[in-house]
Design a protein around this ligand. Structure first.
Ligand code: PLP
Length: 360
């Protein structure tokens, strides 16, 4: 069997070219006689790998010089704690709860101080983004927290909240490098790389330098201080070397394919194909309010759980993998990240059309 069309929400599809190149370098990375997995993280070849990866992400995302890029472990989840431990100087922070990941971050922040839920879309099972143009931001809030693209529910902020001068902190795990962003609007943005950029096991934190201080909450473990990682260029301890190496290859792939402007155009094209179909057919329908739809995670249902099950089973047999929706939404979800070829989306819609005809 060849490669399937993989619609998994994460870990997710990677560019085939990147996988082939990695395979070719497995036994002997560029004349070193070893794989990157076997190499000291203090060695010259690895130094080049991490330096190059940082240079490329800076170029792709146009990251200003007063921001640090950190390659850390512990996934998205450890950031739910690291953020309050490092940034909650007044022990107050405002959270906008638009899904499970924002909710987890909010619950975690409560351990460290006063976390305020200033807006939420839980009343409608997170199918929309609340109006964030005039929020009641807490006077002493150290930051305002959002999850920018909601992987599970398929919503995305189309404009950033007005934080009224407070620092914006964003989880961008599932929209990482899917379109250009203005880094200067954020104090900190971070994402697990297993959605759009690489294998699981690493999170990239982009943080404004003035937010990196020794002034952290008491009992903050050394490993959870941004400063220790910034001072040591992400090499305080052994990093996830192989993940940095593979993300580096994905960055090269992104550069070769036109960077984030081109990614946005392709992602819009792919999303349009599937949303146009969802809006015009008689069997499937999208679960998200139109104006808040994500370009990357597309949840949909038939309205009948039996038909949903049948669709998931038959689509899998036809080579479309991991279309089952998250257990909290049900139905289906197509995650169509950067590395999902447009062909995969066209073929999926063809398959959905056929299924519609057969199951009217
Ligand atoms: C997947 C995901 C997470 C969780 O990431 P882990 O690396 O599993 O901790 C957090 N936030 C968002 C938006 C995600 O998509």
């Amino acid at each position: 069997m060849g490669r399937v069309y993989n619609f998994s929400a994460g870990p997710a599809v990677l560019p085939e070219e990147v996988l082939k190149e990695t395979a070719a370098e497995m036994l002997d990375y560029r004349g070193t006689g070893m794989s990157v997995m076997e190499m000291s993280h203090r060695s010259r070849p690895f130094e080049e790998i991490i330096d190059e990866a940082e240079k490329d992400i800076r170029e792709l995302m146009e990251i200003p010089n007063n921001y640090k890029v950190l390659f850390l472990q512990g996934g998205g989840h450890l950031q739910f704690s690291m953020i309050p431990m490092n940034l909650m100087k007044n022990r107050v922070a405002d959270y906008i709860v638009t899904g499970q990941w924002a909710k987890r971050a909010y619950e975690e922040a409560k351990i460290y101080g006063k976390a305020n839920k200033i807006a939420s879309s839980e009343d409608k099972n997170f199918c929309y983004i609340p109006d964030c143009t005039d929020l009641s931001i807490s006077a002493s809030a150290d930051y305002v927290y959002i999850c920018e693209n909601n992987t599970i529910y398929g919503t995305k902020y189309k404009s950033l909240p007005d934080t009224k001068g407070k620092i914006l902190v964003a989880d961008i795990s599932s929209c990482f490098m899917s379109e250009p962003v203005d880094i200067t609007k954020y104090g900190l943005l971070y994402g697990g790389v297993q959605k759009n950029l690489g294998p699981a096991g690493m999170v990239i934190v982009i943080i404004r330098e003035d937010l990196i201080t020794e002034d952290v909450l008491p009992y903050t473990p050394t490993m959870m201080k941004y400063k220790i990682h910034a001072d040591n260029k992400s090499l305080y301890n052994t990093p996830n070397c192989v993940c940095i190496y593979m993300c580096g290859k994905v960055f090269k792939w992104l550069k070769k394919n036109g960077g984030l402007v081109a990614m946005k155009a392709t992602n819009e094209k792919k999303a349009k194909i599937i949303y146009d179909f969802l809006d015009s057919n008689t069997l499937f329908k999208g679960t998200v309010v139109k104006k808040d739809r994500s370009l990357l995670n597309v949840p949909f249902i038939t309205g009948s759980s039996e038909l949903d099950e049948k669709f998931i089973k038959e689509s899998k047999a036809a080579g479309f993998e991991s279309l089952r929706g998250h257990r909290s939404v049900g139905g289906m979800r197509a995650s169509i990240y950067n590395a999902m070829p447009i062909d995969g989306v066209i073929k999926l819609v063809e398959f959905m059309k056929k299924f519609e005809k057969e199951n009217k």
